[in-house]
Design a protein around this ligand. Sequence first.
Ligand SMILES: Cc1ncc(COP(=O)(O)O)c(C=O)c1O
Length: 421
Amino acid sequence: MHLLDVDYARSQFPALKTGFIYGGSQVAVNVADRIYEYLLHHNVQFGADYSVSVESTRRVMEDAPEAAMKLFNAQSRDEIVFGASSTINLENLARGMDGAIQTGDEFIITREHEANAGPWKRLALRRGAVVKYWTPTPINPNNPYSVVYKVEELLPLITAKTRILAFTACSNILGTILPIKDIVQAVRTAAKEKGTKKLEISVDCVAYAPHRRIDVRDWDIDFCVFSFYKVYGPHISALYVRLSSLHDSVAAITHHFLKVDKKSYKLQPGGPGYELVYGTTGVLPYLLSLTPENDLQASFDAIAAHEQKLVQPLLAFLTAPKQIERGVRIVGAENAGVTRVPTISFIVVGERATKSSDIVKVFDKKGGIGIRFGHFYAYSLIDELEPKIDVDDGVVRISLVHYNTVEEVERIIEILKEALE
Ligand SMILES: Cc1ncc(COP(=O)(O)O)c(C=O)c1O
């Protein structure tokens, strides 16, 4: 395996040159170049026969879905839908499925980021379906907040009426990657045993996509979404819908006269910003350029290995006896390892309980670093944690990606020491 050349990675993000520690993805320079170039030279209407329109149509209607198809490892570019955000993409998907849901159907969802919960809850309400929740449980008996999602909590929820399962590949709070393929296999087997007629599975990969490779075919899932702005691209999202689902479960939510047939345009009412759609084609070459193999898996292996160097010292510091005594509690799994990404959340409880907002104030006062507190739209996840925490104050979250350095982590730890004094 090739090691990640962090200096090379950083050189692709002009924003990093200032030394500011970004807590999340910036836009790679070749993505920004493509947007600039599209706007200045290809910003015309689609579908006309003049040469510039033919070229623009190709870039947006062919090159962009082709690149996203590779990022999902989908079967066809007809399975790719672009939308302004993952939130709107999933809402549009659920709207398109109104006619596919019967009264009494059951949905199993996680109380995770609301983007992959709200649309299914609203669909259930419109159609008289029942919503059941898959809840995470602690792995360390001494820390009630050390929660992860376990498949054994999920399987008993499956019945002959289960119609939708929606979960998050990696929580944007908990930072643990779920064994998606194993979960889906176990769920499909259980559903078969129960006599479930049709089960479709939606996986939210927004917080997963910057850290690991997506593989919708290997996972055997029906819907998948991620946001390019978390994966070094522009503020736009791609949704994967399996061809058979697109054909059988989804009705068009576009103008009645548009010939969408069974194509993904069914779910694209009003075009997303075309310059941004084209800009997404810069993400794949950036990721491929990270290792000499020119292979996505190799790039993500290198990313995962480097990210462990960021996760380890942070978790070691936050779970050291001194910090446990101080009241620090990780929200999520406490140990580093291949399933742990550098999205690390914590709270400070006990005799010297400290608000998450007060910890972040210390960082803001120092400056030069982007760290936040709150629920990060995983409102219901934070709200269901026991003992209760103030949802709006939420957690302190340190969210890093592959271009962050060990030196940056050391600086974060120095400020944490001060904030926890
Ligand atoms: C896990 C998860 N799902 C969904 C979303 C929503 O994505 P978008 O902002 O593109 O709607 C986010 C955004 O932070 C997220 O972290």
